[in-house]
Design a protein around this ligand. Structure first.
Ligand code: DQA
Length: 173
């Protein structure tokens, strides 16, 4: 076996200038956080004439099946608590995870949620089962839309599937 002579190491090449790049490249974003705000845990029995009969578990199953066909995975969560939802948004920003978000009633008034979303580091798609623009006036304005890549509303559970497809496209950019 050839033995390398010691003490003749070449000097390290000079470090390349890094410009504005982050120190570490982001990990590939394959998990999509699907976050749901207040009262969405009651889907199936909550005003089915508006929200349909699918439960959140049904929506989760459909999202998981679609995501796996697109090479993604999903992590579906629901909370009635604004602080918990904001904590998950912070987590998404830190982990550079894309988010599909149904903010439910927080859509219309939570500036704290909007401020958290403004720190996002990956795609964000806002979803609604119903079409808020066709409902009561207080639902016509979203404080979230301006910090999202886009909004999908009015297609029932399919809104979530369309949002996952949108995230997949955004990740390919
Ligand atoms: C909703 C619409 C909101 O106005 C409402 O407060 C919800 C559900 C939807 O999915 O259609 O809770 O986000």
């Amino acid at each position: 076996m050839a033995v390398q002579p010691r003490g003749d190491h070449q000097p390290e090449p000079p470090a390349q200038p890094r410009g504005d790049y982050p120190a570490e490249p982001p990990a590939p974003a394959t998990t999509v956080l699907i976050l749901n705000g207040p009262n969405l845990g009651r889907l199936g029995s909550r005003q089915p004439e508006i929200y349909g009969s699918a439960t959140l578990a049904d929506i989760e199953a459909a999202c998981a099946a679609l995501a796996s066909r697109l090479g993604l995975s999903v992590d579906v969560r629901q909370t009635d608590d604004e602080a918990e939802l904001i904590g998950w948004i912070h987590e998404a920003a830190d982990r550079r995870l894309p988010v599909v978000l149904n903010p439910a009633a927080f859509t219309h008034y939570s500036y704290a949620l909007r401020d958290a979303l403004a720190m996002r580091t990956a795609p964000l798609v806002e979803v609604h089962l119903s079409n808020p623009a066709a409902r009561e006036t207080f639902r016509h304005f979203s404080v979230v839309s301006a910090v999202a890549d886009g909004t999908i509303a009015g297609f029932g559970p399919q809104s979530y599937e369309l949002a996952i497809r949108a995230v997949a496209r955004l990740l390919c950019r």
